[in-house]
Design a protein around this ligand. Structure first.
Ligand SMILES: C[S@@+](CC[C@H](N)C(=O)[O-])C[C@H]1O[C@@H](n2cnc3c(N)ncnc32)[C@H](O)[C@@H]1O
Length: 381
């Protein structure tokens, strides 16, 4: 079977690496995601283990769609009865690029009509659409006048791990925080410090990785609402036994202890309350600590490890002077008090980054939504 893991720009090679580690075959990264192949086990493992991908799709049809009518007609030819009955709900999302059909909402409506009309003609009834919690989530990807129809195996996007009920301002998506953690060279032994931790996302993702904790397991806990955790669990071919084996194996593989120490600081008291609550929801409170502290007073001497943080890079012009002095002051702290550490600073404002005043050892380009960002690595001697 063929699959496609969608990913933010810049993150595709990391997703490919993760897929290789979970046994996927024929892994081919492209812009916006990674193609891969395998059986149901590969699909389930991908949803359970991928830290940096947005969602996993399973293409079920591909056809030319130069016009809305062609899209409608070809979408009607798909054997929808293999995937749902008329009693089940469905929803269609669409992305269009470089095509004569350019309005994604309209294209999604065409596919939706095709499915509903097909069921109406064969059963006399139309299935209902449920945009929030559909039994079958369908994605239409239209590029260069060709449409790929896929079933969304993830359902909710994979960044929604479930441990963040509350966030501070400008939180990073869990998947982007995981991408940062993947690029950071931390051996799980020394210190891992986020001096501006906000909702704690980077530290929590680092802890999950260090414990070999499959992020998808976090979604399996709360089924009180009756909702299943992943889209594929609502498919007719769902293999309950296989899924139970994979989740059991993942639970058994969780490391009980992290040899190093994970710490998060923030100047804001509410941020520390929120980060601590998030760590608790993830069941990690024993493995990391969040404390109130000013990054400009950070003094981690005597230890070795990494300092990883997402500095504020606000869009309000009036805050720029304040931010410049934060960047310059933090650069001085790194220079004067953090020798022996490696620092990784994530920012969406390269002009502000210059105020750090240190020579970068490496730069990685990542995107926070539409904002082109950098993760800057500094060796502190
Ligand atoms: C962009 S947010 C971090 C978001 C975080 N990565 C998350 O996912 O939630 C930046 C954080 O830096 C904190 N901050 C700003 N100045 C600080 C300082 N001098 N010391 C410590 N924290 C500071 C802010 O309170 C804010 O929570």
């Amino acid at each position: 079977m063929r699959f496609f893991a969608t990913a933010a720009k810049g993150v595709e090679p990391l997703v490919a690496k993760e897929l290789a580690a979970s046994g996927a075959q024929n892994i081919r990264p492209t812009i916006g995601g990674v193609h891969f192949e395998g059986g149901l086990e590969t699909l389930y493992r991908a949803n359970l283990w991928l830290r940096t991908a947005n969602r996993v799709l399973m293409p079920i049809a591909e056809f030319p769609c130069p016009t809305p009518q062609a899209l409608y007609e070809n979408a009607r030819h798909v054997r929808w009865e293999d995937w749902m009955t008329v009693k089940e709900t469905f929803a269609v999302t669409c992305n269009c690029r470089d095509s004569q059909i350019s309005h994604s909402h309209y294209a999604a409506l065409k596919v939706k009509d095709a499915i509903a009309d097909e069921f109406r003609d064969s059963t006399g009834r139309r299935p209902n659409v449920d945009r929030r919690h559909p039994a079958l989530q369908i994605n239409a990807y239209i590029a260069k006048d060709r449409c790929t129809l896929s079933l969304d195996a993830s359902g909710d996007r994979l960044h929604l791990r479930g441990y963040r009920r509350e966030t501070t301002d400008a939180p990073l998506r869990e998947t982007l925080a995981a991408a940062i953690v993947a690029l950071v060279e931390w051996d799980s032994e020394g210190m891992f410090i986020d001096p501006m931790c906000g909702s704690g996302t980077i530290v929590i993702e680092a802890a999950l990785k260090a414990m070999n904790y499959a992020p998808g397991l976090l979604r399996c806990g709360d089924t009180s609402s009756g909702r299943t955790s992943f889209g594929f669990q609502r498919w007719p071919n769902f293999d309950r036994k296989l899924w139970a084996r994979l989740t059991d194996e993942a639970r058994e593989g969780i490391r009980e202890k992290i040899p190093g120490r994970l710490l998060g600081y923030d100047i804001s008291r509410p941020a520390i309350r929120i980060a601590s609550a998030n760590a608790k929801l993830a069941g990690l409170e024993k493995h990391l600590r969040f404390m109130r502290g000013d990054a400009l007073k950070l003094s981690p001497r005597g230890y070795r490890g990494v300092i990883v943080c997402n500095l504020p890079y606000g869009e309000r012009t009036e805050a720029v002077d304040e931010l410049k002095s934060l960047y310059r002051g933090f650069g001085n702290v790194l220079k004067q008090r953090c020798a022996g550490y490696t620092a990784y600073l994530f920012t969406g404002n390269l002009r502000l980054a210059k105020w750090i005043g240190l020579r970068t050892a490496k730069r990685f380009t990542l995107y926070n939504g539409p904002i082109e960002c950098r993760l800057l690595k500094y060796e502190l001697f």
